[in-house]
Write a protein that binds this ligand. Structure first.
Ligand SMILES: Nc1ncnc2c1ncn2[C@@H]1O[C@H](COP(=O)(O)OP(=O)(O)OP(=O)(O)O)[C@@H](O)[C@H]1O
Ligand SMILES: [Mg+2]
Length: 261
């Protein structure tokens, strides 16, 4: 059976103040679901719920039928790469494979480093790498234990525009490869959402609720054709941007709030 990550009627509050409310979502292995929403609407909290790091106050989070458990089935990737500076690239990736026999560990590390095109820097330390390369190490580390899902929290936000586009293509290639994981990808960028997503959900300002669900119609595999050229691209971009913009302008807590709308 294909692995599936599901949120049903999920609500979460911190100290009594709601963060997300009534979230229904489902993503299968091999799919990319993008979560788009204003700052503070609960995107990171949703990923932490999916990783099993926190529990919802209402509703259910399940990974293939059971509550997710940290470190099993879903791997997080962050904007800050969170590499250990005193360990080499290979050692950083090996860190994600505790308790495995040394030979198996080494083989898997070599395999994922080849997959992300970093075999030649296996012995280097993170300080010697560019931002894009560090993020590829973080991706390799996340992929090493063969998770069913990657939970990606604005992973490319700190990269320059060129590295970002290359990483987006790289991610789509990795996910499209046979046995690729499912991805839940959080971003503030409408373009990134459209380039990566099979589906995009848009959240309201805190407390985050789903205000729109969009099926992205571009042909797959996406990395082989530039979706910007697709006739529906401009219209979808405009629609998503309007939704986000409205959400922010109507939010009294936002710096950009305009009471008259
Ligand atoms: N552990 C916590 N304790 C209390 N409040 C928290 C905690 N974690 C998050 N919050 C609050 O919950 C809300 C949602 O936070 P979250 O980090 O999920 O938002 P986000 O959508 O990821 O924001 P951003 O786009 O800025 O990353 C914020 O108002 C935040 O201050
Ligand atoms: Mg966040």
């Amino acid at each position: 059976m294909t692995a599936r990550l599901t949120l049903a009627g999920v609500s979460l509050a911190f100290a009594g103040a709601p963060v997300v409310q009534g979230i229904d979502l489902s993503v299968a292995r091999g799919e990319v679901l993008v979560i788009l929403g204003p700052s503070g609407c609960g995107k990171t909290s949703l990923l932490r719920l999916m990783a099993g790091l926190i529990r919802p106050d209402a509703g259910q989070v399940t990974l293939s039928g059971a509550p997710p458990r940290p470190g099993e089935g879903a791997a997080m990737v962050f904007q800050s790469y969170r590499l250990l500076p005193w360990k080499t690239v290979a050692q950083n990736v090996a860190f994600a494979l505790p308790g495995r026999p040394a030979a198996e560990r080494e083989a898997r590390v070599a395999e994922v480093l080849r997959l992300v095109g970093l075999a030649r820097v296996a012995g280097s330390f993170p300080a010697a790498l560019s931002g894009g390369m560090k993020q590829r190490v973080a991706l390799a580390r996340a992929l090493a234990p063969r998770p069913d899902f990657l939970l990606m929290d604005e992973p490319f936000a700190a990269l320059d525009a060129q590295a970002r586009e290359l990483m987006q293509a790289e991610l789509l290639r990795l996910v499209g490869a046979t046995g690729g994981p499912g991805v839940v990808f959080v971003t503030h960028s409408v373009d990134e959402a459209l380039v990566l997503g099979d589906r995009v959900v848009v959240l309201s300002p805190r407390p985050g609720r789903i205000v729109a669900r969009i099926d992205v119609p571009f042909p797959v595999p996406r990395w082989q054709a530039d979706p910007h050229d697709h006739p529906a691209y401009a219209e979808l971009r405009h629609r998503l941007w309007q939704l986000l913009r409205d959400a922010v302008l109507k939010d009294p807590a936002s710096d950009f709030h305009r009471p008259e709308g």
